[in-house]
Design a protein around this ligand. Structure first.
Ligand SMILES: Nc1ncnc2c1ncn2[C@@H]1O[C@H](COP(=O)(O)OP(=O)(O)O)[C@@H](O)[C@H]1O
Ligand SMILES: [Mg+2]
Length: 429
């Protein structure tokens, strides 16, 4: 786009009062656009500085090549003329309405753990996309994240002003002697003298800083302070982090994330995505169970009480029916006025809703032994009682399980069943 100055094509719609100082920024709209759609304009400040000009061009090429839903897209620029100082370099991109993460926290306070982790995951996904396309951002900080419509779940990553692309042939060889990065979190590998300034792990570390900041509102500033404490080990942060949901797991995330030695940190955006996803996929309630009362409440909540109590009622009813049958059995046997030894046996073929109990009698001379099997079951809404003797089973009661009636007809039927069997055995035809 052979345009010397942005003012040729763009009108100012509004101002933006923040800038890192490298550029002036404004909300603009295209001169011919009657709808006045807002766009974001960035104009390089020190237009005469060669290095800034080529850095600006590099930033523009990142906006032009990166194609991610949460990175603004370049609309118009003249940065390809960075070598010609008669061009006043500018870039127009999508305008993202919303506060930066820093402004958001300033006005809304810290973000709850679930939302903060979700926000962090989104930023990690953007970073992973950049890394996969050979870009390292190197300046991820709350000022460079815009929350679209002030929604913490829709963060945009902006400001590729000091990003690095390993495919870029105009790499800046002078970086070893410079400090790169920002005051939000200074990383040792980006300090003066370090040759390792193009490492995607630095972005991942900064994103740990973002998570830390979102949760506590505290800027980490350095990995180690003068007392050798990592950001999350400092007093103010500890107070903020111990009481929150997932607090303990997040401390472990920071233990690794804020290691001074880059090779001890999270290796890739993906590694941290996996870790954070694991943390939030654990059930919420398990996170907070640290006393017996809440454990008890949890067990009660998890247990399928409705089902248990249904089964418990069923079991009580069967036990009650058995007591009644036993009573009938013993009184019937006693009414014969002969002495019998009595025996009982339970059957293996019992199930949850069907119990089979054996009751037997034996004459004193042990010549005659008679067994009855009480088959008591709950089927649907009914309690059903049968007595089995010599392979023949007859139903003697069918009654409503909710409101069972063990009436005289049933009692008579049971007695008849016992006595018939005994009579047949004592006086065989
Ligand atoms: N696409 C955009 N939409 C809306 N505001 C933006 C956009 N890009 C940047 N800004 C705002 O402008 C500020 C400065 O832009 P940035 O690209 O970070 O420049 P600098 O290099 O000066 O920090 C940001 O902190 C943000 O408030
Ligand atoms: Mg910025």
């Amino acid at each position: 786009m052979d345009v010397n100055n942005w003012t040729q094509n763009w009108d100012v719609l509004g101002t933006i009062d923040e800038s890192g100082g490298q550029a002036s920024v404004k909300i603009v709209s295209r001169k011919l656009d009657s709808q006045k759609n807002p766009k974001f304009l960035k104009v390089l400040n020190r237009q005469s500085d060669d290095e800034r000009r080529s850095r600006f061009h590099r930033e523009v090429s990142s906006y032009q090549t990166l194609n991610h839903s949460n990175i603004p897209k370049a609309t118009e620029t003249n940065s390809e003329f960075y070598a010609d100082k008669s061009y006043k370099l500018y870039l127009v991109t999508d305008y993202i309405p919303g506060k930066t993460l820093s402004k958001y926290i300033e006005s809304e306070g810290c973000i709850d753990s679930k939302t903060a982790i979700a926000l962090t995951l989104k930023i990690l996904q953007i970073a992973e996309y950049c890394h996969n396309n050979d870009w390292v951002h190197r300046d991820i900080k709350p000022d460079n994240i815009i929350l679209n419509d002030d929604n913490p779940l829709d963060p945009y990553l902006i400001d590729f002003g000091i990003s690095f692309n390993s495919q870029d042939l105009h790499g800046f060889q002078t970086e070893v002697g410079q400090e790169i990065g920002n005051r939000f979190l200074r990383l040792p590998e980006l300090g003066i003298g370090s040759p390792n300034k193009r490492d995607p792990r630095s972005d991942v570390t900064s994103i740990c800083g973002i998570l830390f900041y979102a949760l506590t509102g505290i800027q980490p500033v350095t990995l180690l302070n003068e007392q050798n404490q990592l950001p999350h080990q400092r007093n103010d942060a500890q107070t903020a982090l111990t009481s929150i949901l997932y607090g303990r797991q997040l401390l472990a995330v920071f233990d690794r994330g804020f290691q001074n030695n880059i090779s001890n940190r999270w290796n890739t955006a993906r590694d941290l995505i996996i870790k954070l996803s694991e943390i939030i996929s654990q059930s919420d309630t398990l996170q907070n169970l640290n006393d017996s009362a809440s454990l008890l409440a949890q067990i009660r909540r998890d247990a399928n009480f409705e089902n248990y109590s249904r089964l418990q009622q069923q079991r009580n009813l069967i036990a009650r029916a058995l007591r009644i049958l036993d009573e009938l059995f013993t009184t019937t046997i006693a009414s014969i006025d002969l002495h019998f030894d009595t025996m009982q046996r339970s059957s293996d073929s019992s199930t949850q809703n069907k119990k089979i109990y054996g009751r037997g009698i034996r004459t004193i001379d042990e010549q005659i032994e008679i067994w009855f099997w009480f088959v008591i079951s709950v089927i649907g809404t009914e309690l059903i009682i049968s007595i089995r003797h010599d392979e023949a089973e007859s139903e003697i009661l069918r009654t409503d399980a909710e409101n069972p009636i063990f009436d005289a007809i049933f009692q008579e039927a049971a007695k008849v069943k016992f006595l018939t069997a005994i009579r047949e055995r004592l006086h065989p035809q």
